[in-house]
Design a protein around this ligand. Structure first.
Ligand code: GTP
Ligand code: MG
Length: 199
């Protein structure tokens, strides 16, 4: 892969669908509940500490952040869901923006992969399963990514795998187990991204 990861920057923090980049370079989106570790994973993949903002106040910013990686791929940090303290108006903004991205995005063909994040400590939540079901219905290519894997011991890792296999919406799907802290799973995830985007 010939990507200069030092050449990565925030292209736009989009609060409206019309602000999504129109150029046709491949996009990889990161979806998941608030606090699951989307921004941390993006930083880890790019070997950066704080390019993607790791939230002090989770769930508050409802924007879709597009990171331009060396002009060859966009990483798309989607706003998290499942944040209990959101107002109704904030919740509606989340829905409109997310739907704008997945179902009425003129550039949807550029979205080559969605990484659906799941916290490995909890397994898929009800909201995660709704999101997976939604993604399934849109026909988007997506994989599961387990986050915070460093927090699990061997027994808990085994248990997590069992929970995934027992869940019909997850069983049989590729799942890359990652830690933004230790870097575990990064190479495997990059390989999947490179393959999907033809990098
Ligand atoms: P929102 O932007 O609010 O939707 O959250 P997010 O999904 O971007 O999560 P974020 O990356 O901000 O991480 C949330 C918290 O989890 C932070 O305190 C991170 O330091 C922590 N965290 C994220 N990934 C990992 C990981 O792999 N291991 C550990 N130990 N902590 C992590
Ligand atoms: Mg974030």
């Amino acid at each position: 892969m010939r990507l200069n990861l030092n050449n990565a920057n925030l292209k736009i923090s989009a609060g409206l669908k019309k602000q999504f980049p129109a150029d046709r370079i491949p996009q990889v989106a990161f979806s998941g509940r608030s606090n699951v570790g989307k921004s941390s994973l993006i930083n880890a993949l790019l070997n950066r500490k704080s390019l993607a903002r790791v939230s002090g106040e989770p769930g508050k910013t409802i924007t879709i952040n597009f990171y331009d990686i060396d002009g060859k791929v966009y990483f798309v940090d989607l706003p998290g869901y499942g944040y209990a303290r959101r107002t109704k108006a904030e919740q509606e903004k989340w829905s409109a923006l997310t739907d704008g991205f997945f179902t009425s995005n003129q550039n949807i063909d550029s979205v080559k992969l969605v990484c659906q994040l799941i916290d490995s400590r909890t397994g898929p939540t009800k909201d995660d399963l709704s999101m997976i079901d939604y993604l399934d219905q849109t026909g988007m290519p997506f994989i599961l990514v387990a986050t915070k894997y460093d927090k699990l011991n061997a027994t808990e890792k085994k248990k997590f795998r069992e929970i995934l296999s027992a869940e019909p919406l997850c069983a049989g799907r590729p799942c890359v187990c990652c830690s933004a802290k230790s870097g575990e799973g990064k190479d495997e995830l990059w390989a999947r991204i490179a393959e999907s985007c033809g990098l």
